[in-house]
Design a protein around this ligand. Sequence first.
Ligand code: MLT
Length: 267
Amino acid sequence: MFFDTKGIRLAYDDQGTGLPLVFLHAFPLNRSMWTPQTTALSRQFRTIAMDLRGHGESDAPLWNFSLEQYADDVLALLDHLAIPQAVLVGLSMGGYISLAFSRKYGSRLKGLVLADTRAQADSPEGRTGRFNLAQTAYGKGADAVADIMLSKLLGATSLQQKPELVDSIRHTIRNTPVSGIVVDLMAMADRPDSVAHLRTLACPTLVVVGQEDHTTPLADAHVMATGIPGARLAVIPAAGHLSNLEQPEVFNDLVRTFVEELRAAGD
Ligand code: MLT
């Protein structure tokens, strides 16, 4: 399905009924990374997965340089679907966007799942790395980005044992517009530090991290889990940065339990 916000067309899937869960994907992927979650969890909940601008079937405008714009797009989707409150499930860049959303639109949050992400801003080296990768994308295309990103996205276990997953991630990255890749990198490089913001988060929060995640490792998950009042931390063995794809059943069980408890607390 598609909806329009300020002249930009964005794609999303909407399945199931009940408490809405909105899934926000990682860089440089699209909503298809959430298929194992939306397939399983839409039996109990309403699952909505969107392609962020510049990804998948959404438009790829060139003038977006801030993660707040993506948060505004999430709000526009909630308004379009007349959803007053939702649980945001954000992985990596999706987690950065969830934090941006919580800063601007906290009253629209029923709960948060922050997976394989971090609250800190980029270090100066991290920013330089993003500009270098943007230059590579611009000069050599998305194939070169796929070659660089695969070992950052997948853990050692998946790289060794899951060749189909490796191929499917490579395929997704190769098909991501270069403009989407470059714009994401600029927006991520520019994001503010959210560590002080964590203690102001009022909604129930689950922090998830793959044990083999070297991109946003366990130490980053600890910063969020200790900073957010009442947050819970779950570590997924034999998973890297894309923990939802590397160990989908474990990831689904964690989200299911968290949302069932949320729902029970609200009854
Ligand atoms: C992601 O998976 O969204 C990115 O790796 C995040 C990042 O580069 O910080």
